[in-house]
Design a binder for this molecule. Sequence first.
Ligand code: LLP
Length: 416
Amino acid sequence: MDHFDYRDGDLYAEDVAVRDLAERYGTPLFVYSRATLERHFKAFDDALEGVDHLVCYAVKANSNLAVLNVLARLGAGFDIVSAGELQRVLAAGGDPAKIVFSGVGKRVDEIELALKAGIRSFNVESEAELERLSDIAARAGVRAPVALRVNPDVDAKTHPYISTGLKENKFGIDMSQAERLFLKANELPGLKVSGMDCHIGSQLTELQPLLDAMGRMLELVDRLGQRGVEIHHLNVGGGLGIRYNSEQPPHPSDYARALTPLLGGRKLQILMEPGRAIAGNAGLLLTRVEYLKPTPHRNFAIVDASMSELIRPTLYNAWQNIVPTHKNRQATTKTWDIVGPVCESGDWLGKERELAISQGDLLAVRSAGAYGFTMSSNYNSRPRPAEVMVDGAQVHLVREREKVEQLFELEKVLPK
Ligand code: LLP
């Protein structure tokens, strides 16, 4: 459920007509709904009520400071993958003691920064990283809290680019090596083993792979317990899908209901790292139709947003709903390919969409709150769009539109 709805034929974000936002801030424009963000975070938090838990929002989905701040105010933890994301969370008022640090390639300076900040846990993904982390922590005279990310080798049944829990993926520690590495981590001077972690993929629409992964982790927790390694928290990762089209992803409460009985009597804190399920349907991308270009083969609607602002259709062949922001009574319905101005044939936002549109109309690309702005680029020297957050009848500009001068302010021509 989200807070984008039609009222008398006009699309609203909470109590604000998105058409007014386009007038005021221009297009392309990312529009977020605070009430939706909060609702989705609470869906996870409430689902785990009664279980010791921490919901760590995956910052990569949408790292705007206002988004992070809204979630921090609700007590969210954060899953980060870089020093950049760490600094964003801190700047947004996030609690460092609720931060977990994922990723296969943590640099020395990133580890140092995170140690200094006092984060909750490093999700370690290899033996080499384990050694690096222990060395850095020992030198600083501290013990780094670690969770080992295991690769449970389950098929998440999602797009191959966003599947991470198969043994051929670069992520996590192979199950066959996990026990040895937990024992090693337990001995290393700079480490304090605190948890076990796993993330099998994204946009999952079935629970079974998540539950299978959980089962495999619990077996390992038990084996480790017998060998004197105590695991305090189990991080089940993110990955719960959202509805872009006709998907029927499980609700967080279904997930929690299936997951918690598996814990048996074990005393484990549960961590989760949802990103898309919190931010995805809390945002849309507003774009204006620049030209209509019917051809004998296809009808193109050329809009002012592109793969530079939203790369998911290009990169994953992802389907995102594209809707008019108000009913056009003049135009007749036709089948359109919605494409951007970027010089790539792959620059499209939607194909074969039945729409009644005219030049100058506004369209909204739904479900663009996650992996939208964060994956945007300046390709074709396109300044990145502004972002606004609607809160009831109020609108906050949470990121200004980039200016072209900013795109090359770090560049220099050669001396004469
Ligand atoms: N935890 C870890 C370790 C992750 O790698 C990810 C996402 C998450 C949590 C959050 O997953 P979520 O709940 O959002 O599914 N750009 C792609 C998605 C890439 C996901 C990368 N990792 C897309 O636009 O579909």
